[in-house]
Write a protein that binds this ligand. Structure first.
Ligand SMILES: C[S@@+](CC[C@H](N)C(=O)[O-])C[C@H]1O[C@@H](n2cnc3c(N)ncnc32)[C@H](O)[C@@H]1O
Length: 292
């Protein structure tokens, strides 16, 4: 018999034996390949959102690639969705995609001739308009190592199969994903701002569902421009929410301690990183009646 996993207090860990999720059942709807993206968690998020006949409001305060909001919008799992993101480049993409500049961005990607020269021209362009910032963000997300836009990242050299810069540049797919979002943009509101403010503003909203996926304590610094976060405050704030919430984190002692301190329940889920390393994530929620 294997030993049950123990919490830091030596108590059995509330882990259900689950296997790593097969993501082939999840339509890829985001134009981003997002570091720390939650496509793998979508089957769990669907169960969580379906605990009510229909969620009237879903708030995704750390939107990033936005796969949770997009899935909820396309699958009609929430009536209204608020996405929040602080990174100006990522925010520009959502602002453009969700407005009348959607077609401009989709067409620009489709017709762009991907060469080093053209890339440098776009990235070095002075006085960029919002749509130029959005285009550059998509470009960088596709041609920079690991989709990372944060300082210290740079262009792919050899890429997959020696295809170099173009190894992750799929103009037709990106065009189609962006155009498709126009069909659900009436359900999605985007806020370029701070997650903490939006969470605090909705703290007493009993009808809201919060999907909270902050930059993680360990890997955040390498992956995101905005990685510094008061995790203690976030867990405290989450514990005050009157609505439903799901908060995800890397399974670390620090987060378990903070969850225990705020009397928050959690379970763990196995996942595979992009480098095929299996690890556990912590899922914190106000209740687990929806957990399958
Ligand atoms: C783990 S990623 C979210 C990934 C997303 N769930 C997905 O599937 O693509 C965290 C995101 O939070 C953003 N962020 C960091 N601090 C923030 C803040 N205070 N307010 C809003 N967004 C923030 C980062 O820029 C990053 O995009």
């Amino acid at each position: 018999m294997t030993n049950p996993q123990l919490t830091i207090f030596g108590l059995p860990c509330p882990t259900d034996k689950k296997s790593v999720v097969n993501v082939s059942s999840v339509p890829q709807r985001s134009p981003f390949r997002y570091p720390g993206g939650k496509t793998w968690l979508i089957p769990t998020v669907r169960n969580w959102l379906k605990q009510k006949a229909k969620a009237s409001l879903l708030i995704e305060p750390f939107a990033g690639g936005g796969i949770v909001s997009l899935t909820a919008a396309f699958e009609k799992l929430a009536e209204h969705i608020i996405m929040v993101e602080m990174d100006k480049e990522i925010a520009a993409v959502w602002e453009v995609i969700l407005t009348d500049k959607n077609k401009w961005l989709a067409d620009k990607i489709y017709s762009f001739q991907l060469t080093h020269e053209h890339v440098n021209e776009e990235l070095d362009k002075p006085d960029k308009l919002l749509q130029d910032i959005a285009f550059c963000a998509v470009l960088k997300n596709r041609i920079f190592h690991g989709g990372i836009l944060a300082k210290g990242s740079g262009m792919i050299k050899n890429g997959e199969n020696g295809k170099g810069l173009a190894s992750r540049w799929y103009p037709k797919t990106l065009h189609d994903r962006i155009r498709a979002i126009e069909f659900v943009n009436n359900r999605i509101e985007f806020i370029s701002g701070d997650a903490f403010e939006i969470i605090a503003q909705n703290i007493n909203n009993k009808d809201a569902f919060f999907f909270i996926d902050p930059p993680y304590t360990v890997a955040g610094k390498r992956l995101y421009t905005h990685y510094e976060l008061d995790h203690e405050k976030l867990l405290w704030l989450t514990a005050q929410l009157k609505g439903k919430f799901m908060l995800t984190y890397d399974d670390t002692t620090e987060i378990r301690l903070l969850a225990d301190k705020n009397r928050l329940q959690y379970k763990t889920l196995p996942m595979k990183t992009t480098h095929h390393v299996e690890k556990n994530e912590i899922i914190i929620s106000d209740n687990f009646s929806w957990w399958k």
